[in-house]
Design a protein around this ligand. Sequence first.
Ligand SMILES: [Zn+2]
Ligand SMILES: [Zn+2]
Length: 203
Amino acid sequence: MIQTKGYAAQSAETDLAPWNFERREVGPHDVLIDIKYCGVCHSDLHNIKNDWFPGVFPMVPGHEIVGIVSATGAHVSNFKVGERVGVGVLVDSCRHCDECNHGLEQACMISPVLTYNSIGHDGAPTYGGYSNNIVVDERFVLHVSDKLDFAAVAPLLCAGITTYSPLRNWKIGKGHKLAVVGLGGLGHMAVKFGVAFGAEVPS
Ligand SMILES: [Zn+2]
Ligand SMILES: [Zn+2]
């Protein structure tokens, strides 16, 4: 097993505190990531407080992860040691439903596995990015360009994609006026994307 240090909530009533735990060995299709930064999403607070559903404890939150590949499984073809990568909210899915077959694993209703507060297909709980490493199947790992500010990439893995997706879906750009209600973790991303896409974003 791989020894990992993280911050965990031992129950919905306790604060985060240092916690040592184990992750699975690097399997044939797995990537081991040395975590460099992890965004703090408000969902992390909802999860550790059981606001949405009874959580899996101890819980290590964090689903806006960026880091460097430090090991790869024998059959990993898409990643090399030393490469910059990211991991978002999902680390596995059923891989055979309609959604999975169309690249929409985030909509998988059969057996999606969240990055933390979830049970993996191996039956073990998943632990998130408030930790020093993570083991993830390469299908759920993203490439991160060397040109980008690494720390600034982390929030793109949840807040970023959540706002990028609808703005792209509705083809927001030149000639559009964009109003953003609420300037929190997601809202400020929407403003930045809107400006970058050429929309008018009144201040
Ligand atoms: Zn989030
Ligand atoms: Zn599926």
